[in-house]
Design a protein around this ligand. Sequence first.
Ligand SMILES: [Fe+2]
Ligand SMILES: [Fe+2]
Length: 206
Amino acid sequence: MDHVKFVEMKDGDKEDYDFLTEHEIEFTRGTADRLLKALVGLDEGLSGYKITRLGHSLQAATRAYRDGADIDWIVSTLLHDIGDIFAPYNHDEYAASILRPFVREQCTWVVEKHGDFQIIYYGEHVGADPNKRDMYKDHQYFDDCATFCARWDQNSFNPDYETLDIDFFAPMVREVFARTPYDPNVVQPGVQVALQNPTAAEHRAL
Ligand SMILES: [Fe+2]
Ligand SMILES: [Fe+2]
């Protein structure tokens, strides 16, 4: 059997769906590498900045790493702009959807909302409300998103910063996307982990 027997889903039998489930599992194993490839594809996107989108993503992840952040933060930061390829008007939500099954809820929320928080840095120049983030002011993760933008995102457009390359982060991406999707021990609703960990940061200094 190399493909299913049906042409309409309603006509499939157990053999067909067992076959598809197996294929799906095999395909899912490649998610991390497909994402890494897509990230490299970001290199071609969005010109005008002093560095490419890939360069920005790597720089943001490098800053997270050097701040002593944990693996959920680092991988989420690396992928936070991956939506730029297909979803320029809601790139944050797109990235959050990719991450949601595999990282802590806190990180997904921050990635999902980072666009609304980033506006504080440029809203006045483009006729947008710089304080758009205020709509989340009572949210548990408000400060985390503000810190994410301040320390890792808005400042990661510097061509002179010493950025780690994608091979450094690839094993972390593979580890995160090999997790059991939606595992409560991974998603950890309500659990808050600081973005900065000075002890870890000390060992990761340049
Ligand atoms: Fe972004
Ligand atoms: Fe960004």
